[in-house]
Each structure stands twice: as structure tokens, then as C-alpha cells.
Design a protein around this ligand. Structure first.
Ligand code: CU
Length: 132
């Protein structure tokens, strides 16, 4: 079998290797709450927080992120609470349970708070096979 055919098979599988997903968490709006309050994602996925109204921010219990109009530590990022229609994205690369809250309306595990369960990325099993 020509080596070129093997290369094509490998390339066909390559897009399957890194399928990071995106999740939306709505912030505030009708209630001082995050919605959905609890989400389960896979390591490598990104969560985008969208302020639907009110004076809010989103801060990790472990201080790994603090976001509103961007995130602290990012260029022009500012995690101070804001009532603008801000959108902030955080990528979670490590498995674990991440608690977060709004500094104005919550605290870790109480009031306006949420939880992100980050599951380990599923190992990718590559199969090889001959094509006649
Ligand atoms: Cu708030």
C-alpha cells in the first residue's frame, strides 16, 4: 500500500483529536444569579460568561480568574464589577471542580455563585487498519 494513503488516513482522523467545546453562562439579568448555575465541561473547554444585566463580575473561589470587562491579568482586562454588557471567556485546562461567585452579590458557595466541573479529557484511541 502506498505510503500516501496512510498519510490521508491520518489526516482524516486529525480533526477529531482536539474538539474543544464552548459553553455559555449567563450572568445576572432578571435575577442576581448565574445560569446555568452548575455546568460540566471537559478539560480544554472554554466557558463564556455573558452579563445579561446588573452590576456583576465573576471570580474564582481559588482566584484563578477574576473577570468582567475582560479578566485581570489580560491586556486591558478589568475584573472589577461592571454593569456594561460584558462578555468574558475562561478556558479550563485542568480537571477539577471550580467554584466561582460575583463579588457584589455572592461569596464562595453562597448567594450569586456557580460551579464548573471540569472532567478529564477522554483519551483518544487511534485505530490502524489496512485498506485493500
Ligand atoms: Cu452580581
Amino acid at each position: 500500500m502506498a505510503r500516501g494513503a496512510w498519510l490521508c488516513l491520518w489526516l482524516a482522523l486529525a480533526p477529531c483529536l482536539a474538539q474543544a467545546a464552548g459553553f455559555i453562562v449567563n450572568v445576572g439579568g432578571a435575577q442576581n444569579a448565574f445560569s446555568p448555575q452548575t455546568i460540566t465541561i471537559t478539560a480544554g473547554d472554554t466557558v463564556t460568561f455573558v452579563n445579561k444585566g446588573g452590576f456583576h463580575n465573576v471570580v474564582a473561589d481559588d482566584n484563578s480568574f477574576r473577570c468582567a470587562r475582560g479578566c485581570d491579568g489580560q491586556p486591558n482586562g478589568n475584573g472589577n464589577p461592571s454593569n456594561s454588557n460584558w462578555v468574558a471567556s475562561v478556558t479550563f485546562n485542568s480537571p477539577g471542580t471550580i467554584g466561582y461567585f460575583c463579588e457584589v452579590h455572592g461569596m464562595p458557595g453562597a448567594g450569586m455563585f456557580g460551579t464548573i466541573a471540569v472532567q478529564p479529557a477522554t483519551p483518544v484511541r487511534l485505530q490502524s487498519f489496512f485498506v485493500d
